[in-house]
Design a protein around this ligand. Structure first.
Ligand code: F6P
Ligand code: MN
Length: 313
């Protein structure tokens, strides 16, 4: 379906768009439930106390840190959805088994409030979600049936893929998610870059890659929030984000199950690429629930260029 900007009379909402994707009703229900949970998360982000876990508010009640609160909001929604078998989040130590595996059930790994420390300084944060069919979460990202993120910025947007392109929805004044970009597409190469980690801990190859980017006139665009940084690259259709291996942190910082796999799924669906420097992120067989990996993600040719520098190094 083609929706030319300005030509469609009616706003397309998330549920209607999902129905057009020819996917199972349970998956539509699940994605809509997560989108609903996002409304409570943004409310917490906008109005919640900026306390840390274990501190009390004015009334002496214990406060939950926003990431813990966001985790509870989303988990509760998932448990009550009726279509979820296993749940794992960045805030949980182990997988929560909700229902034994049966046809039509899904498992969800999520980062409830990525970049939560940025709320203190009023920068954008987000929720990142990875969805598999069945009850197993420890599997290749390539097996995901859907991935999405919700970005809590000046506006709230939701970007999803069920393996049929990448689509963006923006929350309107009625708190409905309405279609704003369909079939988001990455250019082959771009001129913005977002480099995570300390540069003086980069390997020689990565350092030379950064110098190459600078020499070609790439602009630095790094907010410190994975969701807004990836969103900028996806929505502009160009650029590269990296969080490489560092001296002292050979696996980088970002987590495969909650952060990298869903973003890599979205990026590949948009025609971009995501690699750990040796292989596509989506082909990594995870061995642990909290496994980390270095990442180079964005325009296909820019990722390839990064790999050339690393391999030479
Ligand atoms: O969850 C990890 C995270 O907060 C991401 O949102 C972000 O990309 C990264 O850490 C930033 O790390 P650093 O502060 O080391 O640049
Ligand atoms: Mn995170």
């Amino acid at each position: 379906m083609v929706h030319e900007p300005g030509t469609s009379k009616f706003q397309i909402d998330l549920r209607r768009h999902l129905r057009e994707q020819n996917i199972c009703d349970n998956l539509i229900h699940l994605i809509c439930e997560i989108a609903e949970a996002g409304k409570y998360v943004i409310n917490a982000v906008r109005t919640g106390d900026l306390g840390v876990a274990g501190t009390s508010n004015l009334y002496g009640e214990e406060q939950l840190a926003l990431d813990v609160l966001s985790d509870r909001i989303i988990r509760k929604r998932l448990v009550h959805s009726g279509v979820v078998s296993s749940i794992l989040s960045e805030e949980m130590d182990d997988v929560l088994r909700v229902k034994p595996a049966e046809d039509g059930l899904y498992s969800v790994a999520y980062d409830p409030l990525d970049g939560s420390s940025l709320v203190d300084v009023n920068l954008a944060v987000g929720t990142i979600v990875s969805i598999y069919s069945g009850s197993e979460l420890l599997q290749k990202g390539r097996n995901q049936v859907a991935a999405l993120y919700i970005l809590y910025g000046p506006r709230v947007s939701l970007v999803y893929s069920v393996g049929k392109g990448v689509h963006e929805f923006t929350m309107n004044h009625l708190m409905e998610y309405t279609l704003t970009r369909e079939n988001v597409t990455m250019q082959p190469s771009g001129n913005i870059y977002a480099p995570g980690g300390l540069r003086n801990q980069y390997s020689d190859g990565v350092e030379r890659f950064v110098r190459y980017l600078e020499a070609k006139g790439a602009k630095l665009r790094y907010s410190g929030g994975f969701v807004p940084d990836i969103n900028q690259i996806l929505m502009k259709g160009k650029g590269l984000f990296m969080y490489p291996a560092l001296n002292g942190a050979p696996e980088g910082k970002l987590r495969l199950l909650f952060e990298l796999n869903p973003m890599a799924f979205l990026m590949e669906q948009a025609g971009g690429a995501a690699s750990n420097g040796r292989m596509p992120i989506l082909d990594i067989c995870p061995e642990g629930l909290d496994q980390r990996a270095p990442v180079f993600i964005g325009c296909r040719e820019d990722v390839e260029k990064a790999l050339e520098f690393i391999t030479e190094g």
